[in-house]
Ligand binder design. Sequence first.
Ligand SMILES: Nc1ncnc2c1ncn2[C@@H]1O[C@H](COP(=O)(O)OP(=O)(O)O)[C@@H](O)[C@H]1O
Ligand SMILES: [Mg+2]
Length: 380
Amino acid sequence: MSNKKIRVGVIFGGKSGEHEVSIVSALSIIAALDRKKYDVVPIGITKKGQWIAGSKVASILKNQGIKEFPLLEKIITPDPTKGSLVPITSVKPKARLKETALDVIFPVLHGPLGEDGTMQGLLELSGIPYVGAGVLGSAVGMDKIVMKKLFRDENLPIVKFYDFLRTSWKKDPQKITKDVTKRLAFPMFVKPANLGSSVGISKAKHRKELIAAIKEAAKYDRRIIIEETVPNAREIEISVLGNDNPKTSLPGEVVASNEFYDYDAKYIDGKSEIIIPAKLPSKTIRTIQAIALRAFQATDCAGMARVDFLLDQKKNKLYLNEINTIPGFTSISMYPKLWEASGISYVKLLDKLIQLAIERKLDRNKSLTSYRPKKEWHKK
Ligand SMILES: Nc1ncnc2c1ncn2[C@@H]1O[C@H](COP(=O)(O)OP(=O)(O)O)[C@@H](O)[C@H]1O
Ligand SMILES: [Mg+2]
């Protein structure tokens, strides 16, 4: 290995309801990346979806609307021979492109258009290694319906659920209501299939609330999932790190300040508590670790993921709730805190994730991308 520094692009902000959370996570990461090893290039995405770069990115994102930012507009070219972040207005000569090339990208984006495989698709086209799951793992991790179906296929413990299209609901709401109430017992959780931070999610205790909850979820997505409730659930979360041989941390527990872990409880009221490690019998810990690894592999995750569980305290029954491919990453967030408690510091964790991103790209490069047919039939 040469002593050349690794140029890390940190992408954050984004056209998403979780824009603000992303900024806080990214600023922690940018501050912690070891400058002896890395040159850090902050890359911001505004709420309108414009890409900007430069040293002032974070303050521009926080004060959107100021005039200078069109000057800083940047894009990633989907040209793997360049692997660069370039200004929109000019195509730079080759020499300059080398200077702007990035060795690895850390997408610190939550929710749709950042965590759902769309960004990962762009990074894949650009040929730049990136931290975290690829297109498939990201898309699956964002989609509560497909994710649960894959978990079900692996015989992992999940709650009973029912899913349908918004168009079917609009066409025949009575049929959907009848189907749901026939299959699932109240109370139920109603969720848009693709979203995070509890946005659009509500708990329905009876038929009237169910209808209101479906209408609310249908505002956010064209597909909806309804689940049976895990009563008095303890919320247990665990961190996974690695590519083909992932490892798990110790589990932690979230004690939500509201009836469930909704948006306010997650970010606003500051009263939700994190307990690390979670107080659990060692047998339960081992079960959680084993299920988390299987969930990670079933969804083709890579690099990192936080796997969330709901534990029915009365029956002592564990349910796998979801996998998050880009978990919150502030220095006090669950994902890095769990690693810290398991012996990997925040700074070391960033090193590992960057290494894993590069390793994964090298592994992907081993696959053939062309096929030589027996006859050159296409040249006729
Ligand atoms: N089936 C369920 N039973 C009990 N609580 C649930 C259930 N589903 C969700 N919740 C509560 O709602 C919160 C958000 O739901 P979740 O599926 O994790 O969505 P998000 O992706 O927005 O985090 C959970 O952290 C938990 O508090
Ligand atoms: Mg969740």
